[in-house]
Write a protein that binds this ligand. Structure first.
Ligand code: PEP
Ligand code: CO
Length: 446
């Protein structure tokens, strides 16, 4: 492995910089005890897996693969249940099959899963009826109910989060290996409530085509294609809570590198992606592939700095820029991003998060996103990359395998009035199962 040109870094070096979005704990000694425990726990992922993913991301940057990254805005501890996890895997699997079929490319499946428990908030304090309490920051930090006790940051939740992540990942791994993900049996992933969906016919057709091609290839070669019997899933989350991430970062002597073993692929959120601040400092030293969200306020100068700081050696697969401009601004801003990266002379993987720039408040006060706007940002992003001589190598979506009503539009034509029926997200609105599948079909058709 090539040497990395990282100097003056250690897992705590970020502590000398400004760290945004960190909880304020009342009892530092208790936090220290929890972190000491956490740092002795087994790694959730291994450095070998992390490096395999990095290789695949390098292929995506070259246009040979496509990155599908998706999951909840925030996982909750309560949703650490077999059905919820399986449904999330099912929709990611189905989307990936649709994409493979349409794009004729291998797809990298990355969940926002097994650790997506900490959320950045625009306000530190939430007010209700004249009462002010700390904002809910995700199950890793405090609890959602609006009471003083629930909103107090609790360091023990860091341990509960690690355990939930481990349990989730254990189930994800078992399903990825076993018959569940077997392309010979796509019926295993079928979700009951789509039986009457308009998308069903289209999806069935894709599955039948794949099944026939697979069977043809196996007949001709005279052997079973083992690869089709299993599926790789990788994990990702926003690496927001730096003490938590730091506690799971370990040195690997064989390769002389530090890995953050809490997830394969951590990313920096748009609110904490300042080149001089703590998150970038922490991410600079870990050897994982890393993502950075790029928003409408990120300047060209900041982009160049981020690329240089986070990928000084131009290591293939190391850096993914996840742009999230919103459908109104993407056409204007994306060329600036592409040009800023080009000036660094380095290669990145571009992925489009078409969710976070398209959040709005519906007529009934609920946070929502419109399917047509989400799709429109994606379509524009594909076109702009093409005309700028670069290419979009991935998508980043907030979705769930459940039949929720949080985003409007899609084949079923959900309206603002439908939102209240099954709105479950504590934070951002997610595409439901059908909308997610439809999104994959629309991308694949392009
Ligand atoms: C998120 O991915 O849930 C998120 C908060 O995104 P961003 O940092 O892009 O706003
Ligand atoms: Co979100």
């Amino acid at each position: 492995m090539k040497d990395r040109n990282i100097t003056n870094w250690y897992p705590t070096s970020w502590q000398g910089k400004t760290a945004g979005q960190q909880p304020l704990y009342a009892d530092q000694a208790e936090v220290d005890r929890v972190l000491a425990q956490l740092s002795k726990m087994p790694p959730l992922v291994t450095w070998g897996e992390i490096e395999s993913l990095k290789k695949q991301l390098a292929e995506a940057a070259r246009g040979e693969r496509f990155l599908l990254q998706g999951g909840d805005c925030a996982e909750s501890f309560e949703d650490c249940r077999p059905d919820t996890i399986a449904n999330k895997l099912k929709i990611l699997l189905q989307m990936s099959v649709v994409l493979i079929h349409g794009m004729q490319k291998r797809v990298i499946r990355v969940g926002r899963i097994a650790g997506q428990y900490a959320k950045p908030r625009s306000a530190d304090i939430e007010e209700r009826d004249g009462k002010a309490l700390p904002s809910y920051r995700g199950d890793l930090i405090n609890r959602a109910p609006f009471t003083e006790k629930d909103r107090k940051p609790d360091p023990h939740l860091l341990l509960r989060g690690y355990e939930r992540a481990a349990m989730t990942l254990n189930y994800v791994r078992a399903m990825g290996e076993g018959g569940f993900a077997d392309l010979h049996h796509p019926e295993y992933w079928q979700l009951d409530f789509v039986k009457d969906s308009q998308l069903e016919k289209n999806y069935r057709h894709i599955i039948e085509t794949i099944r026939e091609s697979l069977s043809f290839a196996e007949t001709v070669s005279g052997r079973k294609i083992q690869e089709a019997g299993r599926a790789d899933f990788y994990t990702s989350h926003e690496g927001l809570h730096l003490l938590y991430e730091q506690a799971q970062t370990q040195y690997v002597e064989e390769v002389d590198r530090w890995y953050n073993n809490s997830t394969h692929f951590p990313w920096i959120g748009v609110r904490t992606a300042h080149p001089d601040a703590a998150h970038v400092e922490f991410f600079r030293g870990i050897a994982n592939p890393v993502g950075v969200k790029i928003g409408p306020d990120t300047t060209a100068d900041e982009i160049s700095q981020l690329v240089d700081i986070l990928n000084p050696d131009d290591e293939a697969g190391r850096l993914t820029l996840i742009h999230r401009y919103g459908y109104r601004q993407v056409e204007e801003k994306l060329p600036i991003l592409i040009e800023a990266v080009r000036r660094t002379g380095k290669t990145v993987l571009y992925s489009c998060d078409s969710m976070h720039g398209n959040t709005e408040i519906a007529s009934n006060g609920l946070k929502t996103r419109r399917f047509e706007n989400i799709l429109s940002e994606l379509n524009i992003a594909f076109a702009v990359h093409k005309s700028e001589g670069s290419h979009l190598g991935g998508v980043h979506v907030e979705l769930t395998g459940e039949n929720v009503t949080e985003c409007t539009g899609g084949a079923r034509g959900l309206t603002d009035d439908d939102l209240e029926r099954a709105y479950k997200s504590q934070v951002d609105p997610r595409l439901n199962y059908e909308q997610a599948l439809e999104m994959a079909m629309q991308i694949a058709e392009k």
